[in-house]
Design a protein around this ligand. Structure first.
Ligand code: AMP
Length: 285
């Protein structure tokens, strides 16, 4: 894998690839790779003839009280993992290179950025949309692979691609989980050994919600469902609910009844410090 740090180098290389008829698949990440990231890379490897993985801990998507400084980083480890997956280029860059000292622009989406994580993290999705736009301009991808774990993020990217006519095919990858069901996340590394079992409340809540729905398809069970899910989460010592919603997987608007597109979306704080998200379709395809 070739590691590129500079904006001009990555854009020159990907422009050459484009002109040479290559199909470029991009996987945007913030690094500290786990099996979720690696699965996205494998999917990109199947879809494109050239794979670019970007690694950038993007400061403009972190709030002032969030974990920017603490976010786990290890370029050498990530480089070795990307190498094993046959990634062509790791675009590992830093804020000074991406933004310079006079950066003034934000890409802002309205409805899709509101609610869910957008309500808890003001400005977060403007930061995401802005950086994804820059990455699209810098790497010229035909395909961009995003994880469905970040439900609102992928909905936002799809909306932006439609609205702004990006010639990029956005491909979603299903959530990759640990064997006990915890969705993989770089932030899981913040959990101590004692805290780790508590993080299972999200998957337990999802499993319960799906059983609950199976017993009552089409009936207006959503408020009762949400109440039960909240009870499960708070029954874990130290876990608190940031949100529990049932939304349409595409529009993210609240569902009135459960159907094939209904997703249970969760954000939970574990032990007052680690914010984890998860989601799942309530009716399995
Ligand atoms: P991050 O480095 O957390 O910004 O994630 C980079 C990409 O990997 C995003 O598209 C995430 O949605 C995706 N991703 C992270 N964790 C998982 C997971 N457990 N399963 C599937 N995709 C994931």
């Amino acid at each position: 894998v070739k590691v590129i740090h500079s904006v001009s180098d990555i854009s020159r290389l990907t422009e050459d690839w484009r002109k040479g008829g290559q199909t470029i698949a991009l996987v945007p990440t913030m690094g500290w790779f786990h099996e979720g990231h690696l699965s996205l890379m494998r999917m990109a490897r199947r879809l494109g003839t050239r794979v670019v993985v970007s690694l950038f801990v993007n400061p403009i998507q972190f709030g002032p009280k969030e974990d920017l400084a603490a976010y786990p980083r290890n370029l050498e480890r990530d480089r070795a993992l990307a190498e094993e997956e046959g990634v062509d280029v790791l675009f590992a860059t830093v804020a000074a290179e991406m933004f310079g000292d006079n950066f003034q622009t934000r890409i802002s989406l309205s409805r899709v950025s509101q609610g869910l994580c957008g309500a808890d993290r003001p400005g977060h999705f403007d930061g995401v949309a802005t950086i994804v736009t820059k990455l699209f301009h810098l790497t010229w991808p035909h395909i961009a692979v995003f994880g469905e774990k970040d439900l609102q993020q992928i909905a936002l990217v799809r909306q932006m691609v439609r609205d702004l006519n990006f010639a990029v095919r956005v491909v979603g990858h299903p959530i990759v989980r640990e064997t006990d069901g915890l969705a993989m996340s770089s932030r899981n590394s913040y959990l101590s050994q004692e805290e780790r079992p508590k993080a299972l409340c999200l998957f337990r809540a999802i499993t319960h919600a799906r059983e609950f729905v199976r017993r009552a398809v089409g009936e207006p069970v959503i408020p009762a469902l949400i109440a039960e899910v909240e009870d499960i989460i708070t029954s874990y010592d130290g876990c608190s609910v940031e949100y529990v919603r049932v939304v349409d997987r595409n529009s993210l608007s609240p569902c009135q009844v459960v159907d094939q597109n209904s997703v249970l979306a969760l954000a939970v704080k574990v032990c007052g410090k680690v914010r984890l998200i998860d989601n799942a379709l309530l009716l399995e395809d």
